[in-house]
Design a protein around this ligand. Sequence first.
Ligand code: PGA
Length: 250
Amino acid sequence: MRKIMMAANWKMNLSLAKLAGYIETLKLNRSVQSRDGLETVLAMPFPFLCKANELLPGTRIRLGAQNAHWQDRGAFTGEVSLAMLKEVGVSAVILGHSERRQQFGEDDEMIARKVKSCINIGMQAILCIGETLKEREQGETFSVVKRQLEAVLNILSSPGKLVVAYEPVWAIGNGNSATAAQAQEVHHFIRNIVRGKVASAADDTILLYGGSMNLSNVSELISQPDIDGGLIGGAALDPVTFSQMIDAVF
Ligand code: PGA
């Protein structure tokens, strides 16, 4: 039985001063604290991680990051390695987010290396894939998603701790979520690609939806057979809303 994962993607938002209050609010949520079938992840900016690692023991909340380099160490000014993230308690890393692909030039090959290193070091990789509006309008949704996913699957010996987040770029940050049917269709396609590579892994691989997930659409989206949770940006900046969204799932 797959778990439900609710992952907050803070992006470059919030502040160290708000960290403790955010965690305190989430700790009041009974599902977060006691439900075996739920993984709650907070993917926050690097400077908050050490403090969060001190605040999280005694909770079931997991610490996440939003990017990493694929090498352990070296002359890579401005970069952070997966080993460093692991040392400060991170157990899940968002990789290949469309904002990194579009604004920071990350390509499929680079992202595949990051995912491979992440899984090799024993951390969960949350791989983001998804088409732009133009690609959808040109009927390329499935080919884009397939290319992005296969670039990663082709260099992994096993999907292991891979989590795939389908995030249609046209739905991110604008209130214009995919419909449950649109999302389910692509999620089903993604699961079949995983099945084609490693049949035994397909039913265990957690597939998240991301893109304007909010309190009014979370329950319908996650009730789809192939949608196992959410990667939530804007709506998760408020811990009360994020907590209510988790309640809406159970
Ligand atoms: P959003 O962001 O929920 O604000 O659309 C999701 C994401 O980009 O991960």
